[in-house]
Design a protein around this ligand. Structure first.
Ligand code: HEC
Length: 124
């Protein structure tokens, strides 16, 4: 019985460890593919609609962090105040939900973007 219980505890610890490991998000491996599939079409130079309208390109990390002509859309470490997170989470006016006029991101994708920003919006 004792051994059995220890097994369960160990298993629980291992599982939590794995989940935490999976939650480590990388710009290159996790964030960039989401932007590439859903955003870059409109947020790239020279003719993407979002680039033309507010100057926001997501083609590179540097472009993304530069933000729009009005300023940054990401506050590293603070997804609540990052415009990018507000828009994909639908926290702003519904007409500004991103991606514009498309299927919203899945809750997993939204969560990846949130964690990436919370962890400092690092370039790698
Ligand atoms: C179909 C085109 C299109 C797609 C796809 C798109 N956007 Fe946009 N985006 C725009 C346009 C146009 C604007 C300019 C503001 C507006 O019209 O709402 C914009 C503006 C923005 C802004 C700046 C808003 C502000 O007020 O400063 C952010 C942040 C943004 N988009 C994020 C995203 C993200 C993240 C994705 C992908 C999940 C995405 N967009 C996909 C067209 C698009």
């Amino acid at each position: 019985m004792r051994i059995y219980m220890t097994g369960i505890v160990l298993l629980a610890l291992l599982t939590t460890g794995c989940i935490r490991e999976q939650r480590k998000v990388s710009f290159r491996d996790d964030v960039r593919p989401i932007l590439a599939a859903n955003c870059i079409e409109c947020h790239s130079k020279p003719a993407g609609k979002g680039y033309v309208k507010v100057g926001l390109s997501m083609a590179t990390y540097a472009d993304l962090m530069r933000g729009t002509i009005y300023g940054p859309v990401i506050v590293p470490g603070d997804s609540r105040h990052s415009i990018l997170n507000m828009l994909v989470e639908g926290r702003a006016d519904p007409s500004t939900l991103m991606p514009h006029g498309r299927q919203p991101l899945s809750s997993e994708e939204v969560e990846v973007l949130r964690l990436w920003v919370e962890h400092g919006a690092l370039p790698d």
